[in-house]
Design a protein around this ligand. Structure first.
Ligand code: G
Ligand code: MN
Length: 237
């Protein structure tokens, strides 16, 4: 099943949309996060089916919202780098949106930064095709690897996601915020909005705001929540 973690604008503190996150519900009701199964699923190839399964559930969620005259906010879905070798991947996503009658503009595809090291030529082709169909692209985990400005400037993506874990134990003016600060500066040069993930404290929110970080996602605002809960949150706003 999929959980939804809302993202907020840092200035207005209103909801931008959400990221869909895979959760495994065991028969006894226990909920398991991907850290426990992602490695295995990547090795045995099941990750492909999991990514598509989550994407399809999100399409259904958006279609239901539309059918009930609810406001539709974009949802981002994570895709493993294994899809980047498949030139039919964009077409398959498009087919799913058509099956549910949803607009690709309401879907954002999250690719991890490390995917861009696998096969840059192929991945840029896939990214361009996705854009052609109207999807937007986010680069996940930026700064965690070794984001080269060059690599990022040669690819067309719409959002940069950085992990605020870089801020762990940060003090204003200290060294810890440096990575985040430089990734933010790089994003400004490229004219690309940034989402900070893993934001847990008010201090982090304030610091990110002073850096001009547009969007914030993390436990400070909300943990990943079941779809019904996310829908209720949207209805209240
Ligand atoms: O790789 P990606 O950035 O898509 O992973 C997001 C993961 O981070 C999810 O599994 C989610 O549960 C977790 N997460 C989301 N917000 C926070 C947070 O504020 N703190 C921590 N430690 N983890 C978070
Ligand atoms: Mn992600």
């Amino acid at each position: 099943i999929e959980y939804y973690q809302p993202k907020y604008y840092s200035d207005t503190e209103t909801i931008v949309g959400a990221e869909a996150l895979a959760r495994w519900k065991k028969p006894d009701g226990e909920i398991i996060t991907p850290s426990r199964f992602a490695g295995l699923f990547e090795r045995n190839g099941f990750i492909r089916r999991l990514d598509f399964y989550i994407f399809e559930r999100v399409c259904k969620f958006l279609a239901d919202a539309k059918a009930n005259d609810r406001k539709v906010l974009p949802v981002s879905v994570n895709f493993s780098r294994v899809h980047m070798h498949d030139l039919h991947f964009p077409q398959r996503l498009l087919a799913l949106t058509q099956k549910y009658g949803v607009d690709p503009k309401d879907l954002e595809i999250e690719l991890t930064e490390s995917a861009f090291f696998v096969d840059t030529k192929n991945i840029n082709k896939v990214v361009d095709m996705l854009h052609g169909y109207g999807f937007s692209i986010a680069i996940d985990d930026s700064g965690s690897g070794f984001s080269s400005l060059n690599m990022l400037k040669d690819s067309n993506f719409d959002t940069l996601k950085i992990d605020a874990n870089f801020l762990d134990g940060f003090e204003r003016g200290g060294k810890v915020g440096t990575v985040v600060t430089s990734v933010m500066r790089m994003a400004k040069w490229l004219g690309i909005p940034v989402v900070a993930e893993g934001v847990e404290t008010r201090e982090q929110v304030d610091f990110l705001r002073t850096l001009g970080c547009e969007m914030i996602q993390g436990y400070y605002y909300s943990r990943p929540i079941p779809r019904e809960e996310y829908q209720m949150l949207l209805d209240r706003n």
